[in-house]
Design a protein around this ligand. Structure first.
Ligand code: URP
Ligand code: ZN
Ligand code: ZN
Length: 463
């Protein structure tokens, strides 16, 4: 079937132009003004709209066991919510259980997604243990399209690995072309500070943030980059939250080091005061790294504008307030860490970035789609509007006003971190591989239609 998107303004990372987009089957066939309607079976009118590449969220945790709980969105509910917000690809995280092979984790996560994913999905592998065969496992994962690995410098005894393991993994990627994604916080030091706080009876949600100082993040970012330099590999810092950490990335990049970093809407728009909400509601904002004092927010926006930060992801890791966050009522360390956001990323970055003049439209597309595709080995199949690319497209209505609320969102979680935020600009029609999966607030896709994305090594971080 051929579909024609007519009369829109095509917006890519590089340019805006009045053009029609002809889709043949699952791919884009032509992008130019004046494509005749007769060449299509179906015509979508995009007058007054932008046509942008589908959003790519490279940091999500669907159906993930964590902190004695399970993230509340699975691959069906999470990817459907993503689609409503204009995201057409995600990269989620499989977790290698200590003492097991990475292949086991990959099989487990494929099963979680099978029959459920509504949009295309890739997987990173969280490495917890290199053991006897871990380095070979990493090569095997790369062959399977798992072109990136996440390592934790935080959460001792759960996910944290030591510097030797980090260095070995980085050195392996120097050979196999994968990318190490680093959760950069000094977990050992944080654990000492947490023990001290608990001993003093400090158990409320705010202590989650107060026990994770900014310097614990920037020190870890500094170390991660130093280890990557010694290993001769690029490194990608996930969920960067503070000016101090950003300065470490910027300093390295200024020296020509291939260091990359993402931040998330919560770090751009929310601050530490949220954790002081009464009636335990601060728990809704417990995730790591924590929210920071307000002065950091503008610095992160500057970082996005000046390419010191390259990607906006969500770190979508939802836990319901009523029956999951409440596990930590008497002890903040028992609050499952994570917050929901997969549905709202484009709305929030468009409104607070583009509408407020902080970002150009092209930078918005670059941060939310094109660069994630490049860095994570999906480009130009994803993240681009050009002949041959997958027809993952969003007809974006720049004047649609939408108020974010748990009452109306599609994520399976009983609160929103952005409750009441009014955004101008929203996805009207969303196509995934040529199929309209969302139109005017209705979901038209099917669970299970999303395909596994076999990503290639030596992506954009290696150029
Ligand atoms: O609190 C968070 N960020 N939860 C998800 C796991 C992680 O560290 O990304
Ligand atoms: Zn993390
Ligand atoms: Zn995460």
């Amino acid at each position: 079937m051929n579909t024609l998107i007519r009369n829109g303004t095509v917006v890519t990372a590089l340019e805006n132009k009045r053009a029609d987009v002809l889709i043949e089957g699952e791919r884009i066939a032509e992008v130019r003004a004046g494509i005749p309607e007769a060449s299509a079976d179906k015509v979508i009118d995009a007058t007054g709209m932008y046509v942008i590449p589908g959003g790519i969220d490279v940091h999500t945790h669907l159906d993930m066991p964590f902190g004695g709980s399970q993230s509340s969105d699975d691959f069906e509910t999470g990817t459907r919510a993503a689609a409503f917000g204009g995201t057409t690809s995600i990269v989620d995280f499989a977790i290698q259980a200590r003492g097991t092979r990475m292949r086991d984790a990959l099989d487990t996560w494929w099963k979680k997604a099978e029959g459920r994913a509504c949009i295309d999905y890739g997987l990173h592998m969280i490495v917890t243990d290199l053991g006897a065969s871990g380095l070979e496992d990493m090569d095997e994962m790369v062959d399977e399209g798992v072109a990136s690995f996440k390592l934790f410098m935080a959460y001792p005894n759960v996910l944290m690995v030591d510097d030797a393991t980090i260095f070995k993994a980085l050195a392996r990627t120097a050979k196999n072309g994968a990318l190490i994604c680093m959760h950069a916080e000094n977990g050992s030091v944080i654990d000492v500070i947490i023990a001290r706080a608990l001993a003093e009876g400090k158990t409320a949600p705010i202590y989650h943030a107060l026990t994770r100082p900014v310097r614990a993040e920037s020190e870890a970012v500094h170390r991660a980059i130093a280890l990557a330099e010694i290993a001769g590999a690029p490194v990608y810092i996930v969920h960067l939250s503070s000016e101090d950490a950003l300065n470490e990335v910027r300093e390295a990049r200024d020296r020509g080091v291939p260091a990359f970093a993402e931040t998330c809407p919560q770090y751009l728009l929310l601050s530490i005061e949220e954790l002081e909400r009464p009636n335990f509601e601060g728990a809704k904002y417990v995730f790591t790294p924590p929210l920071r004092p307000k002065k950091h927010l503008l610095k992160l926006w500057d970082g996005l504008r000046n390419d010191h930060l390259q990607v906006v992801s969500t770190d979508h890791c939802p836990f319901c307030f009523e029956d999951q966050k409440s596990l930590g009522k008497d002890d903040f360390t028992k609050i499952p860490n994570g917050g929901p956001g997969i549905e709202n990323r484009l709305q929030l970055i468009h409104h607070h970035g583009v509408n407020s003049g902080k970002l150009s439209l092209n930078r918005f597309v670059e941060l939310t789609s094109t660069t994630p595709a490049r860095i994570f080995g999906m480009y130009p199949k994803k993240g681009e509007i050009a002949p041959g690319s997958d027809a993952d497209l969003v007809v974006w209505d720049p004047s649609a006003v939408h108020t974010i609320s748990a009452q109306t969102h599609h994520m399976r979680v009983d609160y929103s971190m952005f409750e009441g935020f009014e955004c101008r600009g929203n996805a009207r029609t969303v196509l995934s591989r040529g199929e309209v999966i969302v139109d005017g607030g209705r979901f038209l896709g099917k669970p299970g239609r999303g395909q596994y994305l076999k990503r290639t090594a030596r992506g954009g971080a290696w150029k």
